[in-house]
Design a protein around this ligand. Structure first.
Ligand SMILES: Cc1cc2nc3c(=O)[nH]c(=O)nc-3n(C[C@H](O)[C@H](O)[C@H](O)COP(=O)(O)OP(=O)(O)OC[C@H]3O[C@@H](n4cnc5c(N)ncnc54)[C@H](O)[C@@H]3O)c2cc1C
Length: 374
C-alpha cells in the first residue's frame, strides 16, 4: 500500500504531461495505464506534429497558437532529443482552399513564410499550390517523449476497474492518493461525464523505411513527416465518432499511401510499423482541463436546470477529481500548456483558463441533451 498526492490514470501525452508538471511542483505522483506508456490510444498512433493552426483568427486558433509557442519551447528546452524542428508546410487541399490561405494571412501566426510551388518541387513535394512554411514547427517521437516525461515518476501497468473515495482519499488497488486526474482519452467508465461530450476520431499511421531525402514535414489532407533517421511517418485521423477503437488491418494504410504518393516519391517506401488509435475531442474542440462536476448531485439539487433554469450557486464538484482530456488532433501541441494550467490550479489554486474549463459545457448539456428527461 502506497500513498501519493496524485494518481494520474492514463499514460498518453495528457497524463504524462500532467504528471511531469505536478512532480515539478514537488508532488508525489503515480501514473497508471492498462497498456503501457503511450503504447495504445491516440498518443501511440500520433504522428505528433507540433505546428500552429491556420484560420481566420478564431479563439480556438488563438489558444492553439499559444499552446504551440509553449510546447515548442518546452520540448526544445527539456526534451530536444525527442522533438525535431523539421519545419512543417501547410499545403492547401485544393484551389478553393488556396484562396482561403490568402485570407488566413491577415489573421495568422506571424512566424510563417509563403513557399512557392517551384520551391516545393525542389523539396520533392509534387502538385502543390503556394503554401505556408512554419519553420519553427516540428515532430515529436510520441512514445519516447511520453516515456521521457515520466522519468523519475512512479508508473504502473494497471487496468483501473474502479475508484473508491474513502476517508478523504481515493483508493485504486493497493495505492491511494488525495487527488485523481483522469487522462483516459476517449474512454470513461467511472463517472457520468456526458456533459464533456468526449468523442473519438479514429486514425492510422504508417512508419516507412526509405532513403527519400525529405527534409521538411508537411500537412495536406494527410500528414507526412520529414525523413528522420531513415523513417518517414504517414498518418491521418479520418473516421469520426467511432465508439470503440477498431483494428487497423492494412486497408486504411493503403489509402494513405496512395494519397502520400501524390505528394512525394514513395517508390522505395517499405512499411516498418503500423499504428492506429483514437483521439478524443470535446464538443466545442477546446481541451477539457480542471475539476469534474458531480452531475448526479447537481441534477438532484437543481432539477430545473434541464428546463433552462440558471445556476444560482457554484457547481458542485466530485471531490478531488480532475480531468485532462479533449486534446483533439493536437494532443502534442496542447498537452504541455494544459498540464501546466492544471498543475497551477491543483497546487497553487490558480483559476483554470475559462476557454478550457469543462464547466463551460455543463449548462448547455443540461438544457439540450436528449439523454435527459424534461
Ligand atoms: C493517427 C493519429 C495521428 C495524430 N497526429 C497528431 C499530430 O500530428 N499532432 C498532434 O498533436 N496530435 C496528433 N494526434 C492526436 C493526439 O494523438 C491526441 O490528441 C493525444 O494522443 C491524446 O492524448 P491523451 O493522453 O489524451 O489520450 P490517449 O493517448 O488515448 O491516452 C489515454 C490512455 O488512457 C489509458 N486508459 C484508458 N482507460 C484506462 C483505465 N481504465 N485504466 C488504465 N488506463 C486507462 C489508455 O490505455 C491510454 O494509454 C493524432 C492522433 C491519431 C490517432
Amino acid at each position: 500500500m502506497k500513498d501519493y498526492d496524485i494518481i494520474v490514470i492514463g499514460a498518453g501525452i495528457a497524463g504524462c504531461s500532467s504528471a511531469y508538471f505536478l512532480k515539478e511542483k514537488g508532488l508525489s505522483v503515480l501514473v497508471l495505464d492498462r497498456a503501457g506508456i503511450a503504447t495504445v490510444g491516440g498518443s501511440a498512433a500520433a504522428g505528433a506534429f507540433v505546428s500552429p493552426k491556420i484560420g481566420k483568427g478564431s479563439s480556438l486558433q488563438t489558444l492553439t497558437n499559444e499552446a504551440f509557442e509553449f510546447s515548442k519551447t518546452f520540448y526544445l528546452k527539456n526534451f530536444p532529443k525527442y522533438f525535431v524542428q523539421t519545419g512543417v508546410i501547410r499545403i492547401p487541399k485544393d484551389e478553393q482552399n488556396a484562396e482561403l490561405f490568402v485570407d488566413y494571412e491577415k489573421h495568422d501566426y506571424s512566424k510563417r513564410t509563403w513557399i512557392s510551388e517551384e520551391a516545393l518541387l525542389k523539396l520533392g513535394i509534387y502538385k502543390s499550390q503556394k503554401s505556408f512554411l512554419f519553420s519553427e514547427a516540428g515532430v515529436c517521437d510520441a512514445s519516447k517523449m511520453c516515456e521521457a516525461l515520466l522519468e523519475g515518476i512512479d508508473y504502473l501497468k494497471y487496468d483501473v476497474k474502479s475508484l473508491n473515495y474513502k476517508n478523504k482519499l481515493w483508493h485504486i488497488g493497493s495505492s491511494s492518493a488525495k487527488k485523481i486526474i483522469l487522462a483516459t482519452g476517449y474512454e470513461n467508465k467511472f463517472f457520468d461525464l456526458r456533459y464533456l461530450g468526449v468523442k473519438g476520431t479514429w486514425g492510422t499511421r504508417g512508419d516507412y523505411e526509405t532513403s527519400l531525402d525529405l527534409t521538411v514535414s508537411m500537412h495536406k489532407k494527410i500528414s507526412i513527416s520529414a525523413n528522420i533517421e531513415g523513417i518517414i511517418k504517414v498518418g491521418a485521423t479520418h473516421e469520426k465518432e467511432v465508439q470503440t477503437c477498431k483494428r487497423c488491418g492494412s486497408k486504411p494504410l493503403e489509402g494513405l499511401l496512395e494519397v502520400a504518393s501524390e505528394m512525394v516519391d514513395t517508390s522505395d517506401f517499405k512499411l516498418k510499423k503500423s499504428f492506429c488509435g483514437m483521439r478524443a475531442g470535446s464538443k466545442d474542440y477546446f481541451p477539457l482541463v480542471g475539476s469534474v462536476i458531480n452531475v448526479t448531485e447537481m441534477l438532484k439539487e437543481n432539477p430545473k436546470l434541464v428546463c433552462g433554469a440558471k445556476l444560482k450557486a457554484n457547481p458542485v464538484y466530485i471531490n478531488n477529481l480532475y480531468v485532462c482530456n479533449g486534446l483533439g488532433g493536437r494532443g502534442f501541441v496542447f498537452a504541455p500548456l494544459m498540464a501546466k494550467m492544471l498543475a497551477d490550479n491543483i497546487v497553487d489554486g490558480k483559476a483554470i483558463d475559462e476557454r478550457v474549463n469543462p464547466d463551460r459545457l455543463f449548462l448547455k448539456w443540461c438544457r439540450k441533451s436528449p439523454d435527459l428527461e424534461r
